[in-house]
Design a protein around this ligand. Sequence first.
Ligand code: GLP
Length: 242
Amino acid sequence: MRIISVRDAAGLSRMAADIVASLVSERPDAVLGLPTGDTPLGLYSELAKRERAGAAGFSRVMAFAVDEFYGVLQGAPGTNAAYFAARVTLGVKELHQFRSDAPDPDAECRRFAALLLSHGPLDLVILGIGANGHIAFNEPGSPFDSRTRPVKLSAVTRRAHSRAFGGIALVPRTGLTIGVADILEARRALLLASGRRKAQVLARALRGPITTDVPASALQLHPDLTVVADRAAAAMLDDPEG
Ligand code: GLP
């Protein structure tokens, strides 16, 4: 594992953009897994800036959103579809997303898994980390051999999204997510963590025991993991560069 500790969120965005842009310049038809959340916002705008300047091109890139809420209108405020529409302006060839209003969540996951199988494995999966150690929507307890599936969202995760949905009662109880095994199969994994509130969970994920209690700890098993963390998030790693 390679841990890159940068000064702040802006440094994180630039460093992550360097990593993504260099992969895409080597492999213009790369298949990417993309997360939502506050952490990658700067990465997406940095990549868009480079694209506008002609310094990076994504027109042959195939992208997969790594998760979505279920049981809510497609594109409703708070959904990942709304996030991608508003915040990710990259001109990728295709962006595949789960449908949050699909009639049957299992069938929707089968559809998504089949697409992932036909284009995958992912060349690069980009991930944030939830306060409880989740990656994509793989909540604590997710088996490491789990695949694309519906999941019950934890109270912590639902609370974290409460504002975006206009109140905790409106946050869906179910998420759709690629599995831990899909993440471990990606050729490369890039984990981003920013801010003090991620310090403890990042240390547990990277330095603690590998356990389904902390789904991100599965990343210790990934053969090509890069972690980009700002100083605040890296604060509890005994040896940030180790
Ligand atoms: C959500 C997403 C995850 C993301 C996490 C962290 O739950 N489903 O994919 O990694 O939030 O978000 P943030 O970057 O806002 O802390």
